[in-house]
Design a protein around this ligand. Structure first.
Ligand SMILES: [Zn+2]
Length: 548
């Protein structure tokens, strides 16, 4: 951010200006991929309907600060929004260069404190010097401290007519709801691949850089919908390629990139069960330079996406999928059994732990992939034939694969496993509360924490737990909980994810109760009396008495 705050443009050796700066959109028309939002803001300002505060959210490099500056220009341009100039009036020019006297940019990542905000508020007491509005642009606003937000709130509630706030954030959840509710909020989405491709293609033509279409497509893919990333990758790739035509292969080499979609394809092939194809596909990946360790990690990531794609909004901040992968995974996930995916997940994790035990990890991976197809067959038998005592030879073989994932210590492990099963007095676990209590008893604090904070219960019946969850859930949660439940109860529990939202978590229940009490107290005469004595008092929290 501070990079852009100064009024100069970095110069690179071979090219006059960094692309991301040179092609930074200056007007609504130049913005790409956010038509709906820019139209709605444009029309509102044109009709003289302006918000006191604008809030732009979205992943990094998607144009939040660019948007903020364009809105600032739209509000302050001498030619007004209808004829908004690109940079011709002094207001627009100064805003572009971040040195407009009435438009203050602040990076909350470096100025988080209440004093910084107080300074800002002090500055807001005076009307603008040259422009129509005084505007505060606060980037990464979620970084402000709680006190800083509180200090800001008052001005935000009743700002002078000449004052506007424009906030940008990558993590909207960290902003107090009281602040969000006073802003006009716009969630910027990732730029879709086609649009980004056309945009980059045009730039390569304008810049007379020779780049193959397939190379541009790969850059689009790697940038995952962020315009800034795409432009800077294009810069880096063309510079390291020293003037020659940039090809798909050279981009792949420069960024050491293995297509995520080839992992998705691999998973699909595994489910079809053709061993020869599986091995060929993996060898291709290996030859393109992917390390076995990295392979497993990437493979796990794909499993995660396939399992949870329905909970992932592609515009969210924590997940990075381009839209074609998103579609591919969505369609694959509809064809696959969730229990298969969970089984694969568990097995991949075990293989990852074992990978350094073998001399040739490459062989391990090939065997791992073959084993996956057997795991899948086994799972089908299990689902089709609920009679677990039916020990067909194949069933036995596969049972062994599941139980003894650790190829080296299999016998030892198996024994330990048996010994480890605790002879609990069969304390029954009948509901979520029982389970949380059990975790407390057994000092499984991570599980307890997740159950209380990150899990919403959908159903809890006989050894069958269905949950929804949030993105903070520990990635080993299901595995850990299954293992513990097995040790505690000597039974295999089925833990599954649900698409339903589930009931509210234990923590949310408490929060809700708290809010209700706060609201009730705020209406009481006690509180009103207090307010008369201290007018700007605000009740923000309550605590349970110890002896309650
Ligand atoms: Zn202007």
């Amino acid at each position: 951010m501070s990079f852009f705050q100064v009024g100069w443009s970095p110069v690179m050796k071979n090219y006059s200006k960094i692309l991301a700066l040179k092609y930074r959109p200056q007007t609504f028309k130049q913005l790409i991929g956010q038509d709906e939002i820019s139209n709605s803001i444009y029309n509102a300002i044109k009709n003289k309907i302006t918000a006191n505060a604008y809030l732009f959210t979205g992943i990094r490099g998607i144009g939040k600060t660019t948007f903020a500056r364009i809105v600032a220009k739209a509000l302050n341009c001498e030619s007004a929004i209808n004829n908004m100039c690109e940079n011709n009036c002094s207001n627009c020019l100064d805003i572009t260069n971040s040195n407009h006297i009435d438009v203050l940019e602040m990076d909350a990542a470096s100025k988080t404190g209440v004093d910084d905000v107080r300074e800002l508020i002090e500055f807001s007491r005076y009307p603008p010097t040259v422009a129509k509005f005084k505007i505060f642009i606060i980037d990464e606003v979620h970084m402000l401290s709680k006190q800083a937000f509180n200090a800001l709130l008052k001005t935000l509630e009743e700002p002078p007519e000449y004052l506007k706030f424009i906030f940008a954030t990558t993590e909207v959840k960290k902003i107090p709801i009281t602040v969000i509710s006073r802003c006009q909020r716009y969630d910027l989405s990732r730029i879709n691949s086609e649009e980004l491709f056309n945009y980059l293609k045009n730039i390569t033509i304008k810049e007379k850089r020779s780049v193959e279409d397939s190379a541009i497509k790969l850059i689009v893919k790697i940038s995952e919908g962020s315009v800034r990333d795409a432009l800077s990758l294009l810069d880096r790739a063309t510079i390291s390629n020293s003037g020659e035509t940039l090809t798909f292969e050279s981009v792949q080499k420069i960024f050491g990139y293995v297509d995520r979609s080839s992992y998705i394809d691999l998973l699909q092939i595994i489910f079809l069960g053709d061993e020869k194809k599986i091995i060929n596909h993996y060898r291709k990946l290996y030859n393109s330079g992917v390390e076995p360790n990295l392979f497993l990690n990437d493979f796990m990531e794909i499993l995660y996406y396939v399992k949870n794609i329905s909970f992932i909004e592609n515009a969210g901040t924590n997940f990075s999928l381009n839209d074609s992968d998103f579609k591919k995974i969505t369609s694959l996930s509809q064809k696959l059994e969730p229990s298969d995916i969970l089984l694969f997940w568990e097995f991949t994790l075990k293989t990852l732990k074992e990978i350094n035990l073998v001399g040739n990890p490459n062989i391990l991976i090939e065997m791992f992939l073959i084993q996956l197809t057997y795991l899948k067959k086994k799972n089908i038998i299990k689902t089709n034939n609920k009679n677990y005592n039916n020990n067909s030879p194949l069933e036995k073989l596969d049972e062994k694969i599941v139980k003894n994932n650790n190829a080296i210590n299999q016998i030892k492990n198996f024994k330990q496993e048996e010994e480890k099963i605790e002879k609990t007095n069969n304390k029954e676990i009948k509901n979520l509360e029982d389970l949380i209590e059990m975790c407390l008893d057994k000092k499984e604090m991570q599980l307890k924490y997740d159950l209380e904070n990150n899990v919403n219960l959908v159903s809890f019946s006989n050894m069958n737990i269905e949950i929804a969850f949030n993105e903070k859930l520990n990635k080993n949660f299901v595995k850990d909980l299954s293992e513990k439940l097995y040790h505690w109860t000597k039974n295999r529990w089925l833990i599954s994810f649900s698409k339903e939202k589930g009931s509210i978590s234990e923590k949310e229940k408490l929060m809700k109760l708290k809010e209700e009490i706060i609201e009730k107290y705020k209406k009481s005469s006690d509180y009103k009396n207090l307010q008369e004595v201290i007018p700007d008092i605000e009740l923000i929290d309550i605590k349970k008495k110890e002896d309650d």
